[in-house]
Design a protein around this ligand. Structure first.
Ligand SMILES: Cc1cc2nc3c(=O)[nH]c(=O)nc-3n(C[C@H](O)[C@H](O)[C@H](O)COP(=O)(O)O)c2cc1C
Length: 193
């Protein structure tokens, strides 16, 4: 059996992004567990804000098609999502919206498993935003999202200089989440053979 392919992506492309750090750490842990990891930066796939007129006149942008193709080749996805006003970032929502408009191929979301994490300087670690993100993925896009989610609170001081989580409990939570992502990705009914 081949190694599960896991896409890891941060919902922030800001330099020094805390969610970028969480995504990088998740990618590192997944690679140690022998996953075939792709660490995606949405900076490499710029998209205009979704507008129905844009779609009517110009069609779906090539970057949305590329992202959908990339997603289709995965068994699992780890998203590190900042919380903006208790919700998902526009960057991430816009990416999901555009991908959902690529109709030629099958569903990119329905045959794979998603794990969600968030890092925030606040005390809730972005957990409120993750609840909305889960609804979008599950209800809107038909994805399977693991029940466990990792909020990294007070994240400005949560990572050490090597990018690991200082707090042992958070570190253990992340390990459990990536292990579960791999376990379910391997057993989910799809093309992993
Ligand atoms: C528009 C905006 C809204 C925000 N709303 C929240 C919020 O509701 N809860 C929270 O914990 N942090 C909130 N923050 C702070 C972000 O968690 C913080 O900027 C974080 O570092 C963003 O993630 P990043 O470091 O990965 O870019 C907000 C930040 C911005 C720019």
């Amino acid at each position: 059996m081949r190694h599960p392919r896991i896409l890891v992506c941060s919902g922030s492309t800001r330099s020094g992004s805390l969610n970028g750090k969480l995504a990088a750490l998740a990618a590192k842990r997944l690679a140690i567990l022998d996953a075939e990891v792709t660490l995606l930066s949405l900076k490499d796939y710029p998209l205009p804000i979704y507008d129905g007129d844009l779609e009517t006149t110009g069609g779906v942008p090539e970057n949305a098609r590329k992202l959908k193709r990339l997603l289709e080749g995965q068994d699992g996805v780890f998203l590190a999502c900042p919380e903006y006003n208790a919700g998902i970032t526009p960057l991430l929502k816009n990416m999901l919206d555009w991908i959902s408009r690529v109709k030629e191929t099958g569903g990119a979301f329905t045959n794979k498993v998603f794990a969600l994490g968030s890092a925030s300087p606040g005390v809730f670690g972005g957990m409120r935003g993750l609840i909305g993100t889960r609804t979008i993925l599950e209800v809107g896009l038909g994805a399977m999202v693991l029940p466990q989610m990792i909020p990294v609170a007070r994240a400005a001081s949560a990572f050490d200089e090597t990018g690991d989580l200082i707090d042992e409990r958070s570190d253990g939570q992340l390990d459990k989440l990536v292990e579960e992502l791999l376990r379910v990705s391997r057993s989910y009914p799809h093309k992993n053979g």
